[in-house]
Design a protein. Structure first.
Length: 331
């Protein structure tokens, strides 16, 4: 149960975005067709914010109100474990920072929501392997994919194709040494070592597990097809995007596979929850701007750059947002 809870809850971070002012937009990466009626707002980005960094290392954006500045690091959604990156700009900005704002990673289930989470889990759980419910052609493909991951049939005892897709993704990332925790995990450690206050929210994730059970089988099957395609293709695209991120190539970094995130977009309530997460990040940056000096924030790239994303919301409120391509380094 803990494994399914972890996947369902962590996934919500990467769902779709909230409505926001219409600015110049561009979908940078073509992707497979989502099921009818499903919208993936994170597919469309604010073009003028997608800029290659001038300074060495990953790209930074800057939000200012004239007296205070928050330096915002765009982070990859998924990256190789122990991803190497130039930390010079981070270390300079950490010195004297009032706070480091991080995307949520610590997840909790409130006691009041735990019974509902347990019921949702039981609805997903099955006494038979998932592949037993598939037609011969689909079963053959699923078996080939799980064999590639080194997993037995009993490892995927679930009734729902979306749950199977999320489990496959979890196993694939583990096998290929990919993680959603970096560089946030390292940044948190460095901030704590430096005595800098860390701001990081947590959310009640019980309702999210139930969202998986309410996703239609058709949408789940489409998601499963996309996830298996990513596994069959291998991690090359993700690794290339991660290298681009480390070099400040924002457009290249945005080229990573997004099957997992697009899967979550089909779950009921995903857009509402993601809008809350984006709004909370924007609020935390606004709060940091009330203190003279500077702070650091970290946000997944698409959370940051999407139409309705964190920077889009802050610009709409009148804050000055500078891109990684601006000549002024802010130092």
């Amino acid at each position: 149960m803990k494994r399914v809870l972890r996947m369902a809850l962590a996934a919500a971070l990467f769902a779709s975005a909230a409505p926001a002012p219409v600015l110049a937009q561009v979908p940078l990466t073509p992707s497979a067709q989502l099921p009818a009626g499903v919208f993936d707002p994170n597919e469309t980005l604010v073009d003028e914010l997608v800029v290659t960094a001038r300074l060495p290392g990953p790209a930074w954006w800057r939000v200012s109100n004239g007296t205070s500045t928050v330096y915002v690091l765009g982070a990859p959604t998924v990256a190789p474990k122990r991803q190497q990156w130039d930390q010079l700009q981070f270390n300079r900005r950490l010195e004297g920072a009032n706070a480091v704002i991080l995307p949520f990673t610590g997840l909790k289930v409130k006691l009041a929501g735990a019974p509902g989470a347990a019921i949702s889990y039981l609805r997903l759980k099955s006494g038979k392997p998932f592949e037993d419910s598939l037609d011969p052609a689909a079963r053959e493909r699923f078996v080939a994919v799980r064999n590639r991951l080194g997993q037995p049939a009993d490892h995927y005892k679930t009734k729902h194709p979306l749950a199977a897709a999320l489990m496959l993704t979890d196993d694939y990332r583990e096998k290929e040494s990919l993680t959603t925790a970096d560089p946030t995990k390292l940044i948190k450690l460095l901030a704590q070592r430096g005595g800098v206050k860390v701001v990081q929210r947590s959310y009640d994730l019980g309702p999210l597990l139930g969202a998986v059970t309410r996703t239609t089988k058709a949408a789940g099957a489409a998601c499963l097809d996309e996830v298996m395609g990513e596994i069959e293709a291998g991690p090359g695209r993700t690794l290339a995007a991660s290298r681009a991120w480390a070099q400040g190539d924002v457009a290249g970094a945005l080229g990573a596979e997004r099957s997992y995130e697009r899967c979550i977009a089909v779950t009921p309530g995903a857009q509402t929850f993601d809008a809350r997460v984006k709004g909370d990040l924007a609020k935390d940056i606004e709060a940091a701007l009330k203190t003279p000096g500077h702070a650091i924030a970290v946000a997944p790239l698409r959370t940051l750059l999407a139409q309705g994303g964190v920077l889009d919301q802050l610009r709409a409120k009148g804050y000055e947002v500078k891109t990684p391509g601006d000549e002024d380094t802010g130092e």
